[in-house]
Ligand binder design. Structure first.
Ligand SMILES: Cc1ncc(COP(=O)(O)O)c(C=O)c1O
Length: 445
């Protein structure tokens, strides 16, 4: 990859500038306080990996709508497809009748998921809805109620998915949560301080203990797992752990649900991360990057399983909206045409290379681990190399400094001490290098 030439970052004011501050004040008085915002950026328009705010500042986007923009902001082919579709049909509802973009997208997804045999798909509006649908289908298919999830997992903010989600900071006063959800430790080797094999062994023992002391396996409808934990800190699930879960589900008659809402759609170098992890799930949920930022999720799984639900048990007014469907069809074509899977691997390798060149710091925060798969990468920052004490405030400070220098990124991690990088895969080489110059300089201070 070539080194940056003409800078793309163009800063006319500090962030937020005066017009941004006005908009932020209006947000504060009109929008609920519970809606978090990671940055004070007030965006006017965006293209590719570049974002222009309402003060005319141009920034490089390293978080791409929280991973929803593998193909970047407003790719012309997707914009054209949405415009053309909008002139023909904006909404009909799949609960009322049938339109081709919904069918074509389901056909494409059924063929693309790494699940052998015939598959079927249900479309909805958000990742959370996609996961809820997967859980409903698993319960209907097995006629059991219990769901096993993992520490560090994030599956959404609706009340069922929030119950599946691990981090208590998201949950606070929203209980009581949905019953029959059981949580097992996730093999997060860096934090436990073990090598991966030992960590898998220990977590597996805990999983088996849960089946004796927590939930009767005869009642386990599904195990829900992120092949690469997203909010939890971009931790790829070890292959051996997934293999054991697959074995457990096979022998126990439980459904294995892969939540690929964040790890899916090309981000990791394959369309779905689980393709690199050696097993097939029964159901895959995809959402982010599926439709270039249009609200859409897909729950795709073995046809016989998916068809166990009674007629009328699934769906919603807007799920699989025609505009979102054509955006997704164009996105799939773009991923292929632009070789974005290979590009995800190259971007990931280049980021790792640049981070590896950063001289190791003699004062905190320290770079504890660089982790992830393909272009789904996080940097975990700690206050102490031995204890690995998380450094959430320092992580936030680095992100603020990045923003003041024109790069947008966001935190992740159970302890909010990871810098998450989800750069649009269509980012230009020189933009990637320029953004990495900013990040690596701050890491070496
Ligand atoms: C793994 C995973 N599952 C589910 C969700 C929920 O998706 P949404 O925010 O679209 O409801 C997310 C969102 O970040 C996610 O990362």
């Amino acid at each position: 990859m070539s080194v940056a030439s003409t800078p793309r970052i163009r800063l006319l004011t500090s962030i937020p500038g005066p017009r941004s501050r006005e908009l932020l004040a209006r947000r504060e008085s009109s929008v609920v306080a519970g809606l978090y915002k990671a940055t004070p950026v007030a965006v006017a328009h965006a293209s590719g990996a570049l974002v222009t705010d309402v003060d005319g500042n141009t920034l490089i986007d390293f978080v791409g709508g929280i991973g929803a923009l593998a193909v970047g902001h407003c790719p012309p082919q997707v914009v054209a497809a949405i415009q053309e579709q909008a002139a023909q049909l904006i909404h009909f509802s799949a609960l009322v009748g049938t339109y081709e973009p919904y069918i074509e997208l389901c056909e494409r997804l059924n063929a693309a998921v790494p699940i052998s045999g015939p598959c079927k798909t249900l479309l909805a509006n958000s990742g959370a809805e996609g996961v809820e649908n997967a859980v409903k289908i698993a319960r209907a298919a097995t006629e059991r109620s219990a769901i096993i999830v993992f520490e560090g997992a994030y599956h959404g903010r609706t009340l069922l998915t929030l119950s599946l989600t691990s981090r208590t900071a998201f949950k606070k006063k929203f209980g009581p949560f949905v019953p029959e959800i059981y949580r097992a430790p996730f093999p997060y080797a860096y934090r436990y301080g073990f090598d991966e094999a030992t960590c898998v062994e220990q977590c597996w023992q805990a999983f088996e203990r849960l089946l004796v002391a927590g939930v009767d396996p005869d009642n386990v409808a599904a195990v829900v797992i992120e092949p690469v934990q997203g909010e939890g800190g971009f931790i790829p699930t070890p292959r051996e752990f997934l293999r054991r879960l697959r074995d457990f589900c096979d022998h126990n008659g439980s459904v294995l649900i892969a939540d690929e809402v964040q790890s899916g759609f090309g981000r990791t170098g394959t369309l779905f991360a689980i393709e690199q992890l050696g097993i097939e799930p029964d159901i895959i949920v995809s959402a982010k990057s599926l439709a270039a930022g249009m609200p859409l999720s897909a729950t795709t799984g073995r046809a016989a399983l998916m068809d166990t639900v009674h007629v009328g048990g699934l769906g919603g007014t807007y799920g699989g909206n025609p505009l979102a469907c054509v955006a997704a069809i164009e996105t799939l074509k773009l991923i292929e045409r632009e070789h974005l899977l290979e590009r995800a691997c190259r971007i990931g390798a280049r980021i790792r290379e640049r981070i590896a060149e950063v001289p190791s710091s003699d004062k905190p925060p320290y770079l504890g681990e660089v982790r992830g798969l393909g272009a789904m990468l996080a940097l975990e920052l700690v206050r102490d190399r031995q204890t690995r004490a998380p450094a959430p405030e320092e992580t936030l400070q680095i992100l603020d400094c990045m923003l003041q220098r024109g790069v947008i990124a966001m935190r992740a991690g159970l302890y909010a001490n990871c810098i998450r990088l989800l750069v649009p895969l269509l980012i230009r080489d020189e933009e990637l290098e320029e953004g990495l110059d900013v990040l690596t300089r701050l890491l070496s201070l």
